[in-house]
Design a protein. Structure first.
Length: 131
């Protein structure tokens, strides 16, 4: 039996359906792989972090005042701020860190002293930071 152009017969429709089911299964497998990669990355990041309590760092006083103080969250914010300020200094674009620093620190980043005079740039020093 001949079908009008553009219409599929029952066999062609079944083949089309099987093709789409296979595509969906393949896409689902790729999503599962991507989700697993994301989980693996998160686990690796958690394993590589520095311990919340370091020698010489005592947060017990803060925790007495704020029992919900989260060492890890605090360190994450401090690390992100450090990276932003470091990048600002490297690119010599102080506006990027303006929202993160008080006026005195902003002058430091801009290379000015407390009276607003330009200072010679400080020598670069490598600061080890855990990633």
């Amino acid at each position: 039996m001949a079908y009008p152009p553009g219409d599929l017969g029952p066999v062609e429709r079944a083949e089309e359906e099987v093709f789409h089911v296979r595509e969906i299964a393949s896409d689902e497998e790729q999503l599962i792989d991507l989700e697993q990669q994301e989980v693996d990355g998160t686990v690796a990041g958690l394993k590589d972090r520095t311990p919340a309590e370091l020698p010489g760092v005592d947060t017990s006083t803060i925790k007495q005042i704020d029992p919900e103080f989260d060492d890890e969250a605090f360190r994450a914010i401090a690390r992100e701020t450090f990276y932003k300020v470091r990048e600002t200094r490297k690119l010599q674009n102080p506006q990027e860190s303006a929202e993160l620093l008080n006026p005195q620190m902003q002058r430091e980043v801009q290379g000015r002293d407390l009276r607003g005079r330009r200072r010679p740039p400080a020598p670069s020093a490598a600061v080890p930071v855990d990633q």
